[in-house]
Design a protein around this ligand. Sequence first.
Ligand SMILES: [Zn+2]
Length: 369
Amino acid sequence: MTMISWQTLLKRDSNAVESQQRKRQHKLRADRVGTFEVLRAPGLFLALIAIFLTGCESSNAPKLGRWEGPPLLSDASVEAWSFRGEPARRIKSAHYVIYTTITNEDVLTQLPQVLEGALSQYRKLAPGVPVTLVPMECYIFDKRIEWEAFTKANTGADAAVYLQIRRGGYAVRDRFVSYYIGRTETSSVTAHEGFHQYVARHFVGRLPPFVEEGFACMFEGISWHGDALPRWNLAINQVRVQALRKAVEANRLWPLEKLVTMHAGEVVEENGEKVDAFYSQAWVFAKFLYEYENGRFRTQLQTWLTETANGTVFDPTKTHRRAGGPWNRQGVKPMLEHYLGLDFATIDRLYREYVRQVAFDEYSAQWRS
Ligand SMILES: [Zn+2]
């Protein structure tokens, strides 16, 4: 299937926002709140070059992953809503209610399909986690000025922090708020933020922020089957793999030992390339957990996620068993060792080998799969 969309990249200023947000952790459960994503010009041009360059390679080359998605359109209904006295819409689907001022009918049709389709993808990570029966709320505005007004009205003193976001959106607990930035980019942000929302709603415990961020990135790339049904291939993220490749070639990789204890806000003082490296490494670490050596760790990953969702995750510090309170980053390494059944030095070695595999050996397959 041809990839017709591209994924999103985070910009440095989004992480500046996250950093400030983290400082408000005591008030805001900041690891949940600090999930702002900001888009920059997508890598379409590079993607097109890569398609051109790889077009000469053998068609027998291995493909990555599988494209999957809902077989049928999800039911959705549209009701009248109003925002600041102006007519707006409320879209209801099985698991979501989307409040929106968008008027483009194609986009309105697409949004519930993205969310419901993405939810079925999120659930593949930990199928044992029961899905909520209470719809998850999303606010997706047509114009930034509307998003700003909503943010000022609903986030109190923290609005100033959110308003620094230049493009995209943010998630607060199990609700996300974004605005329209183009059809495919809006879909990517929706699927990414939707994962943070899914975890916030369904998980009693806390994933290490770096791990949650990486999985959110796994859902960014959406292609469309027949222009109506979204499709995901969790092995593919063309934008992230480009950033990863650049980071490797520029020798800018973060050490895994550092990464697993970090949240995005902590890279704020770094330059944009280091930020890109952080997210691309988060993405490739999630990919490592999900599909390294044909899914060698997938069963353990499911156990890890399920126990996190249940509030029984292995963590010597016990701080990951509840999402709400402060967390102790010292718990992450023993948690990884426990669930992967390997010492950290071995995990680190395998991860570093995998980074090179993805950034080089599998690179062109990202465009031909
Ligand atoms: Zn995120």
